[in-house]
Design a protein around this ligand. Structure first.
Ligand code: PA5
Length: 449
């Protein structure tokens, strides 16, 4: 069985190689902190050994619940924000066909999302779209009190209860939340919803391999056992492989070395739009984990070759504080070769018979040479193909590398204190009880302006 590989050839020239050797010891030390639970944020390390600990009964329960929801729904609406929806959306998009969402004869329910924004039009249109379709709800919130999913759930709960009656509605709602506290847990207990717990020691952005990610992924028809097998494989590699052959150590080390050389922006690039939401998930994972104490690499993303015709110019010639990480898929799912054309007016006959993926790979290679010539280091992550196993490897690869990277920066990669700032202002402006003092201050400030 092949594995995900990391290639640093186009990044190494941008750092001091003798200095890079120090990371062999450093990354192992940081991993030891994770294993011994003696680093910062050690109360949130439940994800670390999770792939080895998921009970088979839980997998069966998730698959059974997914089967039940699929049987009674054309649409399943996943309500959640941040870590409560990004992982499942990323995996479902990576594994689904690009146009599957247009197929009305699918075997599985269509998964739609709510509560990940506060757009009135988005939620109006969603309610309008599902009004003549059978639907169910998976509502996900660890805290059970987050404003965006709470509002969306209130709207969708009213719709589902009006349509199916309270008793039937409660059979169409699954809540994934804390085992004992929070408003969602209270409501779920009161209304007898089917529930899954999020353990206390797993934060939102590290929760994709818990029911938070696994239930929606199973509902979309994908094999969650294989995803876990992939994650297990990467966990094993990260524990057992020596530095030179340890993808998580290599990625954490090169990121830190580049950061210390002034590379403060990382662009995660792909060459297939199916991975665009993996980038969104990755942005949350790294952005929310590392961006604190005025430190951290800013996570950005690009999809090639699309974005080579937009921000490609900036990457090639703009400020040299950028580096790239390119996810390359070795084998496509389908084959499409370039047909011959007797007139050859488009001058493409030199590519006749070549696969479209061959052209894509040459674009990818040409880009990485051009960007490294333009002084942009690039890291290559190769995935043998896009399937459940390699997606599992990729998810755990990023989770583990992110935690080690955070420890290399000497920050706590498992908290997110900065997220409260906008919430406090929003609550004050909305007049939420308990925010009166802040509300008076903020209103005074707004009047002055
Ligand atoms: O990673 C995190 O902890 C956050 O992004 C949360 O997932 C997000 O804020 C949603 O929180 P909750 O699941 O409590 O509604």
């Amino acid at each position: 069985m092949e594995n995900i590989k990391i290639d640093l050839t186009n990044a190494i020239p941008f750092i001091d190689l003798t200095d890079f050797n120090k990371y062999e010891k450093l990354t192992a030390e940081k991993n030891d902190l994770l294993k011994s639970k003696s680093g910062k944020g050690n109360e949130f390390l439940g994800w670390n050994n999770l792939p080895n600990e998921i009970p088979s009964e839980l997998i069966s329960e998730i698959n059974l619940t997914a089967k039940h929801l699929n049987q009674i729904s054309e649409i399943i609406v996943v309500i959640g924000i941040g870590g409560s929806y990004l992982g499942s959306k990323a995996v479902i998009e990576a594994l689904s066909g690009n146009f599957d969402y247009l197929n009305t004869n699918k075997k599985n329910s269509t998964i739609l999302y709510a509560g990940h924004n506060l757009s009135e039009d988005y939620h109006y249109e969603l309610l309008n779209y599902i009004k003549d379709k059978t639907f169910s709800i998976i509502v996900i919130s660890k805290s059970g009190t987050t404003t965006e999913p709470s509002i969306a759930f209130r709207l969708l709960r009213k719709e589902i209860e009006d349509r199916f009656g309270k008793e039937q509605a409660s059979k169409r709602i699954v809540a994934i939340t804390d085992s004992s506290k929070g408003a969602l847990r209270e409501l779920a207990n009161k209304e007898h919803y089917k529930t899954f717990d999020i353990s206390d020691d797993i934060g939102g952005r590290y929760s994709v391999l818990t029911p938070v990610g696994l239930l929606p992924i199973a509902c979309a028809g994908f094999n969650i056992k294989d995803i876990i097998l992939g994650a297990k494989s990467m966990l094993k590699q990260s524990e057992e492989n020596p530095f030179n052959n340890n993808p998580t150590y290599q990625y954490a080390a090169i990121r830190n070395a580049l950061y210390l050389e002034g590379r403060t922006i990382e662009i995660l690039a792909n060459s297939t739009p199916r991975l665009n939401f993996i980038s969104e998930w990755w942005k949350q994972l790294f952005g929310e984990s590392e961006g604190k104490e005025n430190k951290g690499i800013f996570p950005a993303s690009a999809s090639f070759t699309t974005d080579l015709h937009s921000i490609g110019q900036y990457i090639q010639d703009g400020i040299r504080n950028v580096f790239e990480t390119i996810i390359s898929i070795e084998k496509t799912k389908y084959n499409l070769s370039i047909p011959t054309d007797i007139d050859n007016l488009d001058k493409l006959n030199y590519l006749e018979g070549k696969s479209m993926d061959y052209v894509n790979k040459m674009a990818e290679l040409g880009t990485s040479i051009a960007h490294s010539d333009g002084q942009v280091p690039n890291i290559k992550i190769s995935m043998p193909e896009l399937n459940e196993f390699y997606i599992g490897e990729l998810l755990y690869f990023f989770e583990k590398s992110c935690a080690i990277s955070g420890y290399l920066l000497e920050i706590n990669p498992f908290d997110q204190p900065g997220v409260e700032a906008y919430k406090n202002n929003m609550f004050s402006l909305l007049g939420k009880p308990g925010f009166e003092e802040k509300s008076a201050l903020i209103n005074k400030r707004l009047k002055k302006n």
